[in-house]
Write a protein that binds this ligand. Structure first.
Ligand code: GAR
Length: 208
């Protein structure tokens, strides 16, 4: 059984999707063993507590730079004996000290079709604002491995929704969460825990 450690910063609806999938028996070979938040007031912490999952708070504001913050996260992941790390609305970019030690063991959900609307500065509603202002007709979400470059690791799964004429960032965000993120994130986690994702030349493929 793989230990899944989930990193969060906010509301935690993707964490909830993972908890619900685990409860429904849809995360094969893995168990959420700890939730780590970068923010002590994240509602995601309540979701973890309501489901008897242990929590840690490592506030980003307590660290002067990304390197020292990432070292603290790295220590926690090692202590938790994480086999898989899931960034579920985690709003801090992790330094290379974490991404190299946990190479191909960190999965992120990004609310756009990478390589569009991604990289530093593209997070949360900002992503949907950018997609709407560009005028794209489809958007979606991407589940990918995390490497040393923001939103640039191997893509595992992507899903698409239509963009409607009167969409606001909030409406588009909700459509993408409901139709893509909350479905594909648990699916990718389950595939990982069953060793069903292979890496060939830096690209990820789901094994048949
Ligand atoms: C989600 O839409 C997630 O894809 C996005 O933030 C939201 C978190 O919601 N993540 C990023 O933008 C990371 N770059 P949640 O806390 O309810 O899961």
């Amino acid at each position: 059984m793989k230990n899944i450690v989930v990193l969060v910063s906010g509301g935690g609806t993707n964490l909830q999707a993972l908890i619900d999938a685990e409860k429904a028996g849809n995360i094969l070979g893995g168990k959420i063993t700890c939730v780590i938040s970068s923010n002590s007031s994240a509602y995601a912490l309540e979701r973890a507590k309501n489901n008897d999952i242990s929590t840690r708070v490592i506030p980003r504001k307590d660290y002067s730079d990304s390197k020292s913050y990432s070292m603290a996260i790295l220590n926690a992941l090692d202590e938790e004996q994480a086999d898989l790390v899931v960034l579920a609305g985690f709003m801090t970019i992790l330094d290379e000290c974490v991404t190299s030690k946990y190479a191909y063991k960190i999965i992120n959900v990004h609310p756009a079709l990478i390589p569009s609307f991604c990289g530093e500065g593209y997070y949360g509603l900002k992503v949907h604002e950018a997609a709407l202002s560009y005028g794209v007709k489809v958007s979606g979400a991407t589940i990918h491995f995390v490497n040393e470059e923001a939103d640039a690791g191997a893509i595992i799964l992507q899903g698409v929704v239509n963009v409607e004429k009167d969409d606001t960032p909030e409406v588009l965000q909700k459509r993408i969460m409901e139709n893509v993120e909350w479905k594909l994130l648990p699916k990718a986690v389950s595939l990982f825990c069953q060793d069903k994702i292979e890496i060939v030349d830096g690209r990820a493929y789901v094994k048949e």
